[in-house]
Design a binder for this molecule. Structure first.
Ligand code: MF3
Ligand code: CO
Ligand code: CO
Length: 296
């Protein structure tokens, strides 16, 4: 009722109306999207998270389209008898042909253009001479750089007809991604994502890998924040529009422990059990989320 009508102009040295506590001239004065800019500065200062604006989101979505097209091409080629190296060749050539760069190649010394992880390999499988056989499961994890923007997604495919264990773990991992994506919305937190994944996976008698996490993505391959696939409801940073990060749960049929092979990359389940993973690059919007690498 007695709300003060702000007919008065805010002075340059007045407190900024956005509530930041800064002077107007040091904050929102002259900015196109004042609230967003305040949040952007705050998230970077507090959490090292770089919020994305429209042109960035368009760039990442465009990179995401190539990633999804590449996954489609790979899916059509997966069959018993092919070598994982052939998947690398396909991904590498298609990426280059589209004027893009395969982000994994030479990333921290990674020797190939895509990660290909078969059966007990959790992630970071190096393409090579391994031959896919009927009944295998294979995760293909693709990250492309298009006009400087990164998008990151992966899927686990069946090779030939899957057995019951393969079906179980692939379904569980896909479901973990699906239910956690649905929780991406302003007001929810990073912890809500991991909580939902852990609850579902463990409810299925499976386990969640701890050593690898989702991550901010877009301007670079791995940005803040980290997105654990386990944890407690309400923990961690609050989600705000303009955040872009991956969710990429790695779910094991046996226990959660892993070891790294002598190549210093390949992560395998300690107990030799199957492991599956799905990954998408997710944007937090005003009303919820948008996948920038959509598949279902
Ligand atoms: N694409 C992986 C991820 O989802 C990272 C692979 S790093 C690499 O974060 F060097 F192995 F490519
Ligand atoms: Co990835
Ligand atoms: Co990723």
């Amino acid at each position: 009722m007695f709300e003060k009508k702000s007919t008065q102009k805010v002075g340059r040295n007045d407190p900024c109306p956005c509530g930041s506590g800064l002077k107007y001239k040091k904050c929102c004065l002259g900015k196109k999207n004042p609230q967003f800019n305040t949040l952007k500065d705050l998230y970077f200062k507090r959490h090292k998270i770089r919020l994305k604006e429209k042109k960035d989101i368009d760039g990442i979505r465009n990179a995401g389209r190539l990633v999804i097209d590449t996954l489609g091409l790979v899916e059509a080629k997966i069959s018993p008898g092919i070598k994982t190296e052939e998947i690398n060749t396909l991904v590498h050539e298609f990426t280059i042909k589209n004027g893009a760069i395969p982000a994994p190649l030479n990333y921290r010394g990674f020797p190939k253009s895509v990660c290909v992880s078969v059966n007990e390999v959790i992630c970071h499988g190096i393409p090579g001479e391994r031959v896919l056989k009927a009944g295998d499961i294979v995760n293909v994890d693709i990250t492309s750089i298009v006009k400087g923007y990164y998008a990151d997604a992966s899927k686990t495919f069946f090779v030939g007809t899957p057995g019951p264990d393969a079906q179980k773990i692939v379904k569980a991992a896909r479901e973990c991604l699906r239910i956690s994506m649905a929780l991406v919305s302003p007001g929810n937190t990073i912890g809500d994502i991991g909580w939902a994944i852990q609850r579902y996976a463990e409810g299925q008698g499976c386990s969640v890998v701890r050593e690898f996490v989702g991550h901010g993505v877009g301007f670079g391959f791995h940005e803040a924040p980290q997105v654990p696939h386990y944890g407690r409801k309400g923990d961690g940073v609050s989600l705000v529009p303009g955040m872009v990060f991956t969710i990429e749960p790695m779910i094991n049929l046996g226990n959660k422990d892993l070891r790294i092979l002598k190549d210093n990359w390949t992560a395998v389940t300690a107990d030799g059990s199957l492991s599956a993973q799905f990954e998408q690059t997710i944007l937090v919007t005003e009303s919820g989320f948008e996948s920038l690498t959509p598949f279902d």
